[in-house]
Design a protein around this ligand. Structure first.
Ligand code: PKZ
Length: 132
């Protein structure tokens, strides 16, 4: 279960510059925004710098049309010694569109020291190796 204090929100307006030739959010831009949300959530939890070690899964559930607002929520839901799993969910919303869940992903982030080496996290309420 994600803890509210480690949940961050990111909002982006889907302009044509973010779109593909179908008139909806380009997958690469969607991944970039999800990565940014995962990074902000993990760094906020760790209270130190983090890097992305991997992406466990990403699902594009439905297209996000141009003109929609994309709301992303990211929260740390598993904590290891130095690693964290961050779940990211995205919703598309607009007055004439309603609200629809469009993106899901899990990102693996690792806390690092100044030399770029993994460093142990100080746990802040999520049990070690806990799962959602
Ligand atoms: C046009 C441009 C516009 C830009 C608009 C911006 C948009 C977007 C911005 C946001 C962007 C976000 C990201 C920002 C920050 C980077 O940009 S990070 C850059 C990309 N990532 C990297 O360069 C990381 C490269 N890898 C490494 O440095 C090392 O492999 C790591 C990850 C530090 C791990 O080091 P290691 O020596 O392998 O450590 P090791 O002791 O084996 O493992 C340490 C822990 O990592 C875990 N781990 C290691 N590898 C993995 C793996 N592949 N998967 C899962 N866990 C792993 C281990 O299980 C272990 O976990 P714990 O048991 O400690 O909990």
């Amino acid at each position: 279960m994600a803890l509210d204090q480690h949940t961050i929100e990111l909002r982006e307006l889907v302009l044509p510059s973010l779109a593909n030739h179908h008139g909806s959010l380009f997958a690469g831009h969607g991944l970039q925004l999800m990565s940014k949300a995962a990074f902000l959530s993990a760094r906020s939890y760790a209270q130190r710098e983090v890097v992305m070690a991997g992406i466990r899964q990403v699902h594009f559930l439905a297209p996000t049309p141009i003109g929609c607002e994309l709301l992303l929520r990211a929260s740390v839901h598993r904590v290891g010694r130095s690693s964290m799993s961050v779940a990211v969910t995205g919703w598309a919303q607009a007055p004439d569109f309603g609200t629809q869940e469009v993106l899901q992903g899990v990102f693996e982030m690792v806390a690092i020291d100044a030399g770029g080496q993994p460093v142990a996290l100080h746990h802040q309420g999520i049990h070690k190796e806990s799962t959602p």
